[in-house]
Design a protein around this ligand. Structure first.
Ligand code: CAA
Length: 263
């Protein structure tokens, strides 16, 4: 697939680094970038894509994504703005449903739609220079790519209210303390290295099982406990139809390493 705003690097082991590359606007997301991300995620959705894990990052050192493209939103009608919001939300939904781990590696600015994209990943790593925030209210807007929904589910409603109402910048260290960043690394090189190391560690396990655990977390996380547990039991049952469950349990009893199906 040819892309103007994404640099997609294949890494040995079935991994990909997807870099948003729009330096003239600090990697801000206009509809072209969002459409390219959507098409890329749709391609990756099939198991046949041969992917074991993805890092999402921003090209360069200064910015992950500086938000939705503000200039292209000037004068938008109600319907156009709603379409843009749904396009951005669709991108995060596709990212969330990919059948392998996705880590957002945040270097520099992750503001507005940038933080919202990162929240669509399975978890977030950051470099020390990362700056997070949902500054939409400073523009007379609200977060539109999932920020009002995902941030509150992750850090709690009151913390999310403070972040969204104030529009304030949050350092990488504070984001880790609040709980929406897992780890902070010195610079971009260390960030990417750590992201790949984690993907490699995960891929030693059954990616089929990781994918099903991801599904259980996603489908159950917003339900009450009893409904969530039903989903877990259904998916746990379904896993026994998969080859890796047979292989993993047999390997344990035969005291050998499992030979999981990898891409
Ligand atoms: N949209 C469009 N262009 C952007 C942009 C954005 N979100 N962020 C930066 N740019 C452009 C700037 O306009 C500038 O272009 P020109 O040189 O052509 O003027 C270029 O990128 C470099 O930016 P700055 O000169 O501003 O760089 P800086 O280092 O001085 O400041 C910054 C960096 C603090 C990130 C500042 O650019 C900024 O505040 N950007 C906007 C951040 C923001 O408000 N994001 C939320 C957007 S709304 C949203 O995301 C809605 C939603 O939820 C869907």
């Amino acid at each position: 697939m040819s892309t103007n705003y994404l640099n997609i690097e294949d890494i040995d082991g079935g991994f990909k680094i997807i870099s948003i590359t729009r330096p003239e606007a600090l990697n801000a997301l206009n509809s072209e970038v969002l459409n390219e991300l959507n098409s890329t995620f749709e391609l990756l959705l099939g198991q046949e894509s041969g992917t074991n894990g993805v890092l999402i990052t921003g090209d360069g050192e200064k910015s992950f994504i500086a938000g939705a493209d503000i200039k292209s939103m000037i004068g938008m009608s109600n319907a156009e703005a709603k379409d843009l919001s749904q396009l951005g939300q669709q991108t995060t939904l596709l990212m969330e449903s990919l059948p392998f781990p996705v880590i957002a590696c945040v270097n520099g600015f992750a503001l507005g739609g940038g933080l919202e994209m990162a929240l669509g990943a399975d978890f977030i790593y950051a470099s020390e220079n990362a700056i997070f925030g949902l500054p939409e209210v400073k523009l007379g807007l609200i977060p539109g790519f999932g920020g009002t929904q995902r941030l509150s589910r992750l850090v709690g409603k009151n913390k999310a209210r403070e972040i969204i109402f104030s529009g304030k910048n949050i350092s990488a260290a504070d984001a880790k303390e609040i709980g929406f960043v897992n780890e902070v690394f010195k610079d971009k090189d260390e960030l990417i290295e750590a992201g790949l190391k984690t993907l490699k560690t995960i891929s030693k396990n059954s990616i089929q099982a990781v994918s099903q655990a991801k599904k259980a977390l996603l489908e159950g996380s917003d339900l009450d406990l009893s409904e969530g547990l039903k989903i877990e039991a259904d998916i746990f049952g379904g896993v026994f139809e998969l080859e890796d469950a047979k292989e993993g349990t047999a390997a344990f009893s035969e005291k050998r390493k499992p030979n999981f199906k990898h891409f």
